[in-house]
Design a binder for this molecule. Structure first.
Ligand code: P6P
Length: 332
């Protein structure tokens, strides 16, 4: 294990990036690290533990059947974050209302504890997505919804955990993006992908093309653009869609590409949730030299009005996001 930096060491090294934080922020990231290990352990056994796999018999606010692993992951992250006493409240995809934790805490967490959970039973990679803010209400007071309805530009940190062929934790605190791979043999995340950046040119596009005719003309034009043969601009692009946001985003971050979940005629605001899917991945995308948009504006500039609001979403290489934005703009 010579010359290997663990996530724990990395968090401590970077602590000076948070002047005035007496290690509170490090405690928060350590709680996420712990819960990620616990969830990874269960996800990797999902097929074996019949009590884990399959629907929990309940539904989340979106009316989606909650998988038992959803509920398990949600509980593990809430428990770990509560134990560290630095978090004042949590907004989770799995909870209709925000969860007050500790009025003395300074930090807000918005999370999708297990995104893509419909893929659990078919053994496809799934992920956790998290976003961290400073509360806006005074420490010691009761939380208000305003503490959660902050623009993505106010994020202190954001990241995701991908439970795939290996488990990785990728996060940013606004000073670049770093990826850590979990070594279950010794129970530590080790720095495996320092200073992650999108490759200069992306040529992968990720979208559920079943929505092609439900999408706007600009989006349809972009799909056709991606499929057009033009050697000078590396086209046709390659279509890759896993149907698990974290997996599609992570592949595009490493190989270059764009992920799109546009507005459709049956879902005018798209499917993805602004607070705990779009904004955290947008922070990472921008820190990695990419972009994230709702098709018309920088996604992190959107002023949220609801915990679970959705937004059309385009994220990845800047040249690809800008191209689809220009085609949407020319729709008139
Ligand atoms: P569709 C999973 O439910 C999710 O939120 C993302 O992880 C994924 O990219 C998307 O929805 C898939 O949605 O409509 O293509 O099945």
């Amino acid at each position: 294990m010579e010359n290997v930096k663990t996530l724990g060491e990395f968090i401590i090294d970077k602590q000076q990036d948070f002047p005035g934080s007496s290690g509170e922020f490090s405690k928060l990231l350590s709680a996420i690290r712990l819960a990620s290990k616990i969830v990874s352990n269960k996800v990797n056994k999902a097929g074996l533990l019949s009590y884990i796999v399959g629907a929990a018999g309940s539904e989340n606010i979106q009316g989606e059947a909650q998988q038992k692993l959803d509920v398990y992951a949600n509980n593990q992250f809430i428990k770990a974050l509560t134990a560290r006493k630095v978090v004042c409240g949590i907004a989770s995809e799995e909870n209709d209302e925000y969860i007050p934790i500790n009025n003395e805490g300074s930090y807000i967490v918005a999370m999708d504890p297990l995104d893509g959970s419909s893929n659990i039973d078919v053994n496809v990679s799934i992920g956790t997505i998290f976003s961290i803010y400073k509360r806006v209400s005074p420490v010691g007071s009761d939380l208000t919804e305003a503490d959660f309805l902050q623009k993505g530009t106010e994020q202190l940190a954001a990241g995701y955990v991908i439970y795939g062929s290996s488990t990785m934790l990728v996060y940013t605190t606004g000073k670049g993006v770093n990826g850590f791979t979990y070594d279950p043999g010794i129970g530590v995340f080790v720095l495996s992908h320092p200073e992650m950046k999108f490759p200069t040119n992306g040529k992968i596009y990720s979208m559920n093309e079943g929505n092609f005719y439900r999408s706007s003309n600009g989006v349809q034009e972009y799909i056709k653009y991606s499929q057009t043969i033009d050697a000078d601009t590396n086209r046709p692009y390659t279509a890759r869609y896993i149907g698990s946001l974290v997996a599609d985003f992570h592949r595009n971050l490493i190989k270059g590409g764009i992920y799109m979940y546009p507005s459709t005629d049956n879902a005018p605001n798209g499917k993805l949730r602004l607070l705990y899917e779009c904004n955290p991945l947008a922070f990472i995308a921008e820190q990695a030299g990419g972009a994230a948009s709702d098709g018309k504006q920088r996604i992190m500039e959107i002023d949220p009005t609801d915990l679970h609001q959705r937004a059309p979403y385009f994220t990845g290489n800047t040249h690809m996001v800008e191209k689809v934005e220009s085609l949407i703009a020319s729709e008139g």
